[in-house]
Design a protein around this ligand. Sequence first.
Ligand SMILES: [Zn+2]
Length: 410
Amino acid sequence: METFNRAAAGLNFTAIDFETANQSRASVCAVGAVRVRDGAIVDEYHSLVSPPPGLDEFHKGNTRVHGLTKADVSEAPSWDQLYPTLLRFIDGDLLVGHNARFDVSVLLNATGAYDLAWPELNTLCTLQLSRAALHVPSYSLPWVANHLELGNFNHHDPLADARMAAQVFLALAQMKSTTSAVQLADSLTVPVVPTFVDEAEAIASELDSSPDPLIATGFIDQAVCFTGALKIMIRDEARRLVVEHGGLAQSNVNKKTTILVTGDFDERTFRPGANFSAKLQKAFDLVDAGQPLEIITEEDFISRLSLSEEALRSRISQAGVSRRKLPDWVLTQAEVGPTGDYWEWFNTSLAHPEGRANGGEKCIWCDASVSRSAHWVHRDRHVCSVHCNERFKRAASRAWDRMGLRRPAE
Ligand SMILES: [Zn+2]
């Protein structure tokens, strides 16, 4: 892939950051990106985004983090309008993000919400690179930036975050004396992850639930302590979840503690120089003394608890029928060929013969249940998620190509 040659040849990549309106990964409301060539930022891209209809309510927790409201994005372009421009900006580059799993998830889910084709890009995560290279009390962007002496920035402004992720990447490259993006990934044994893998088995292996110290999922062998008032969970419940996920719940910070969850700070306020409690200060001292202890927010704790919903769906598909045969109707319905409107033919060909799903029908790709609240495009096709929809569409396109059905140039 040409992409990869560019990332292997030098410090060339595009750093990206998204903000969302609510808990849905499709609810993109802002994007920032910077292009890096030979170790220098050479171009920038930034836009507010009007989230997809039905996913456009701003949750107050999200607004607290990025400061954006519905009124701010009312004039902004929608994702389907922006997507081609952003793809041209990325131009096949290696995509870099701090917690890239989140950014890639937003990219794919927002794109899937408009039934557009997913991009095939390689991605690399500066959060994972930082975990592998540094010893700091928190691996969130403000702490990593502070540790690397990269100056202040307006955390959760997507362009500022993309710029900082790029700077972190370049600082780590300098620290490891590496001269290419791929070399940096190799030197820290952090994987370059593709946005799309056609083989269900390959995806499933990536989503293995076994704990990964770089990705940081679950609590197996972790000693977890809580401090401050949790806002989302009750502390007893949180402690029970730790034990259920293989960890040890502690009452006090000590030399065995590996994770301290702070309820007093959120993603935005937990940063170097804040006013910390005695319990947190003790944790900082232990990190200074070399203890592998990470301080995380309640939101981090929750995201660490479980695999994302789409990951769970993929695991369901792995456990059951991992790869579906294309249903016959996709071929018979397509046989007339795209005579009139291409998209009408496309949608008609993929539509389930029993009509729109009402909820509870089986996904034609993975057998999971199709939700009544799913996107109407998914309900028309009886697919459970953007993931199954993407695989279904790709398999159909390949079959139509074999049948010699012409498609318009994309
Ligand atoms: Zn499915």
